[in-house]
Ligand binder design. Structure first.
Ligand code: TK8
Length: 342
């Protein structure tokens, strides 16, 4: 081979190797992602959105830019879902509970005491059941990417410590905009009022409502301790958050762009769950420090709470469909008997 020919062959080979990369780069267009969320920037939600944004920026070599907009500045969970369906906003993260109005299967995650611990939640949410429920959103113009951890919910109020079920009687309690939560807390004797999270702090401050329920992390990051005296550890339900994309917009993306978003969503999920669990572990001490009076609901009272919810369990089964309900119960049994788990 002449020296010229050798160089030519080497150059052609190098170009051939570069070709797929060039094609990939062409597949990634400049995109702006308006990513809305409800909590503050200094919250587990805010931190994880940032991780997502950085991962997208890096993987797209700066072509896909995320504008993270927190504190419900783009609207409540419900308003953002509508903006995503209509194509006016690209992405958001929010409670699965606020999706039940459009996708009834989401009510599965509102089942009181469904998961005994976070690792059960991880296995079910990241497995076929979680995927199946998420896929239902597509008919509503939404693409679900991953579930994040909001966490086990606990009760706070400004009236009195909750030591027994009867102490809940008549407390004006804010619940998420969702029938399962409304029915659950009515069954428990409270005067339950559905309200958007974005209006919650003010409602607590002005006394429009006297109590609310959310994971420790949120009670801390949203400064509910400033307007709530009593915290009762109930762990009454595990709440997921879900990362959503507007389907209208998603369908315009190339496969390469979709992969960048999905990979970044998974990376943010892994970060978020770790971060949330670390923060939750020290949150009770921090909340006591801020002046909250904390008690744990006894096992006897927790059992009474479950018993008062029999009707709610039945109606969740009916609305999500008995097949999905039974499949979930079977999956949980499998996990609990040690055949599955992380
Ligand atoms: C934030 C909400 C929040 C949820 C609630 O937008 O509404 O109480 O727990 O995390 O989705």
């Amino acid at each position: 081979m002449t020296p010229f020919r050798r160089t030519f062959v080497a150059a052609t080979a190098a170009l051939a190797m570069l070709a797929p990369l060039a094609a990939m780069a062409q597949d990634i267009k400049p995109r702006l992602i308006r990513f809305g969320y409800g909590l503050n920037e200094q919250s587990n939600q805010g931190r994880a959105v940032k991780v997502f944004a950085e991962a997208v920026e890096k993987a797209s070599a700066g072509k896909m830019k995320t504008r993270a907009i927190g504190a419900a500045a783009l609207g409540s969970d419900l308003q953002m879902q509508q903006a995503l369906s209509g194509g006016a906003q690209e992405m958001m993260v929010g409670s699965t509970a606020t999706l039940v109005g459009i996708t009834k299967e989401m009510a599965l995650w509102d089942t009181p005491f469904l998961f005994n611990n976070a690792s059960e939640a991880d296995v079910v949410l990241d497995g076929p059941i979680g995927d199946k429920v998420m896929a239902k959103l597509q008919e509503k113009g939404l693409v679900g990417l991953v579930y994040w951890e909001n966490g086990f919910r606990n009760l706070t109020n400004s009236k009195r410590p909750i030591n027994k079920l009867e102490d809940l009687n008549g407390i004006k309690l804010r619940v998420m905009q969702n029938n399962v939560f409304l029915e659950s807390f009515k069954s428990l004797g409270t005067n339950a009022v559905p309200l958007a999270f974005s209006e919650l702090f003010t409602a607590l401050e002005t006394g429009t409502v006297e109590g609310q329920e959310n994971p420790f992390n949120t009670i801390l990051s949203s400064k509910f301790y400033e307007v709530q005296k009593y915290l009762t550890i109930t762990n009454h339900v595990y709440s997921p958050w879900i990362v959503l994309v507007s389907k209208k917009w998603w369908d315009q993306l190339s496969k390469a762009e979709q992969k960048i978003l999905l990979d970044a969503a998974k990376a943010s999920r892994d970060f978020e769950r770790k971060d949330t669990r670390t923060e939750a572990a020290s949150a009770v001490a921090a909340l006591k420090d801020k002046g909250m009076q904390v008690n744990e609901l006894s096992p006897t009272e927790t059992a009474r709470m479950r018993n008062s919810l029999t009707q709610v369990y039945a109606s969740i089964g009916t609305s999500v469909g008995m097949d999905l309900w039974n499949e979930t119960q079977a999956e949980l049994e499998k996990i609990r008997s040690g055949k599955k788990g992380k």
